[in-house]
Each structure stands twice: as structure tokens, then as C-alpha cells.
Design a protein. Structure first.
Length: 319
């Protein structure tokens, strides 16, 4: 009706007579998501503009810290303390887009790749890893805490671990963030059971992004993850069965001291009655030699290929 009489009266008057807001008349439908497009930069207190990718790196650094299991609201406070002018809504969006939110539910889809062999034979360090969680009872608090440990199969070294009131998918991701910052993880294989923390889609996706091959043991077959089970057995025999903890902090300090002892002093029959760190160093030498041999082989292959190409060129020219 407004359009019909637009040439005879003012639009403002026509809208008033028709009892419709002018915004309804002027509205034009557009394709795509409604509303303002998300910002690509974040302002800092000194007036600078930072790309959101830098803010995301700051969020990842926050979540990498030991004992940190923050939701988006506390991460937002950390970012503000780092002089970013950012609201919780934007922090939530950045974390959601990059699978960094702490969820209460574990959603999993797709086919899991299960182990094909019960026993693993590693030729050098950081070829195969085992991962699992151990409950640690704290008598003084009458509750269990959780010890997540990643073990190197070749040397039996505990390469990374966390001891927390709870271990969820975000803690697993944070642990591998730290691990990837210390070691080259591309191409390694990690074996774990079917705990909700390990089968979570975000965990599987993150390990895939790191090019880590994740293998799952079959249900109710802890013997398929025997190396980490043996480690927890040693931990129980050497420390947990002998010590009664009165607080979380006491337990953490004791476990930290044990990890240092285990890696650097505790002898293992299965690796030649030496400590894991000594076996680790031996393995690094082997890995270095294997890399040199591989590089030499590739160099010879390239030389042969080049020589073949040169002979082909000569034959073509002679003809």
C-alpha cells in the first residue's frame, strides 16, 4: 500500500497511516548471515589493532599452562589483563571456532581406528607413545584426583603428564599443545583406551591436525596398552601404596619428585637395566643415524634420477 501511494504522499505519513514502522518499508532482504560481520581485529589498550589470529595464539598459550582449565569467561579476563579490549562474546566465538571450549558433553562421530597388534616395538624415541589416566586417592580430602601420563614406548620415559582434579578433553588438547612445542610430533603414533576424553571429536581432530596417528585399544583389553599399565603399576608399588596424601598439593609434589626419579634414576629390566633417560639418549643417537642413512639414500636416488635424465637428453640429442 505504501508503494502504491508513494508518489502521492510522503513515505513517513503513509507508514503512519498504515501503522507500520518505516524500517519495515525500507528493509531489503540480503543473502548470508544477518547482522554485522565478525571483526577480524582486536583493539589493545595502547590503541593498536591486532589480528584475531594473534589473539587466538594468546588464548592457546593461556590454555597450555599447567592446571589451567578455564572456560571462555576466565580466558576473557586473562586477555583483558594482557591489555586486549575484548568482550566475552568475542572470546567465546574465537574459542568455539577453534574447538577450545570446555564442554559438558562428549560428542563423537566417525570410525575409530583400533590397534591391530597387541605389542608395540619401537626403533627410536617418539615413534610410539601410550597415554592413559590413573586415579590417585587423597586421604586428607577423601577424593580421587587424576594423573594423565604420556609414555614413550622405546625408552619408557614419561614425556608429559598432568595431575588435576579432573581431566577432560581440553586438558588432553593442552597436554599435546605442550608436547608439540617440545618435540617433533608429526608422524608419531599414540595409543590410548576409549575414555571419553580420548574419543572426543575435538581431541581426535586436534591430533589429526598435528599429524599424530591415534590408535584405540579394544574395549576391556588393558593388555593392549601394557606399557602405560606397567608404568602405573610401578607408580602404585613405588609410591602410592607407601604414601598417604593429606592434600592435593602434597600429592602433586610427591608425584613430581617421583616422575623425576623415574625418568632419571629408576632402572628397568625391559630396557637393559638402565633408566629411561639413558635409554632415551641412546635412542636419539640411533634416530640420528637412521636420519643420516635416509638422507644419504634419498641423495643417491636423486643422483641416479638426474643421471638417468641426463642420459635421456644425450640420447635425444644424438638422434
Amino acid at each position: 500500500m505504501v508503494k502504491q501511494f508513494a508518489d502521492k504522499a510522503e513515505v513517513m505519513d503513509l507508514c503512519a497511516w498504515a501503522c507500520i514502522p518505516r524500517s519495515v518499508y525500507y528493509y531489503r532482504n540480503t543473502d548470508g548471515k544477518p547482522g554485522v560481520k565478525p571483526s577480524t581485529h582486536t583493539i589493545t589498550l595502547d590503541g593498536g589493532r591486532v589480528e584475531n589470529s594473534k589473539v587466538l595464539e594468546a588464548i592457546q598459550d593461556i590454555l597450555k599452562q599447567e592446571f589451567v582449565s578455564y572456560g571462555y569467561d576466565l580466558v576473557n579476563e586473562e586477555l583483558r589483563s594482557m591489555r586486549y579490549i575484548i568482550n566475552p562474546k568475542k572470546t567465546y566465538r574465537l574459542m568455539e571456532e577453534n574447538n577450545l571450549l570446555m564442554g559438558t558433553r562428549i560428542h563423537t562421530t566417525g570410525k575409530r581406528e583400533f590397534v591391530k597388534f597387541r605389542k608395540i616395538t619401537a626403533a627410536y624415541p617418539m615413534e610410539y607413545l601410550c597415554m592413559d589416566i590413573k586415579y590417585v586417592w587423597v586421604e586428607g580430602e577423601q577424593k580421587n584426583y587424576y594423573l594423565l601420563t604420556v609414555l614413550d614406548v622405546y625408552s619408557r620415559k614419561a614425556v608429559e603428564w598432568v595431575f588435576l582434579p579432573s581431566v577432560r578433553k581440553q586438558q588432553v588438547i593442552s597436554l599435546f599443545m605442550r608436547l608439540s612445542s617440545q618435540y617433533e610430533v608429526k608422524g608419531i603414533t599414540v595409543r590410548n583406551d576409549n575414555g571419553s576424553q580420548f574419543i572426543a571429536n575435538v581431541v581426535r581432530k586436534y591430533l589429526k591436525e598435528l599429524e599424530i596417528n591415534q590408535k584405540f585399544t579394544h574395549i576391556s583389553t588393558p593388555q593392549e596398552n601394557s606399557y602405560i599399565e606397567a608404568f602405573f603399576s610401578n607408580l602404585r608399588r613405588d609410591l602410592l601404596s607407601k604414601t598417604e596424601f593429606y592434600s592435593y598439593y602434597e600429592a602433586k609434589l610427591k608425584i613430581e619428585a617421583y616422575m623425576d626419579f623415574y625418568n632419571h634414576k629408576r632402572r628397568h629390566r625391559s630396557i637393559g637395566k638402565i633408566a629411561p633417560q639413558e635409554k632415551w639418549l641412546e635412542g636419539l643417537k640411533i634416530k640420528s643415524k637412521l636420519k643420516i642413512q635416509t638422507d644419504d639414500y634419498l641423495c643417491i636416488e636423486n643422483n641416479n634420477k638426474n643421471q638417468h635424465q641426463d642420459l635421456t637428453v644425450i640420447e635425444i640429442m644424438s638422434n
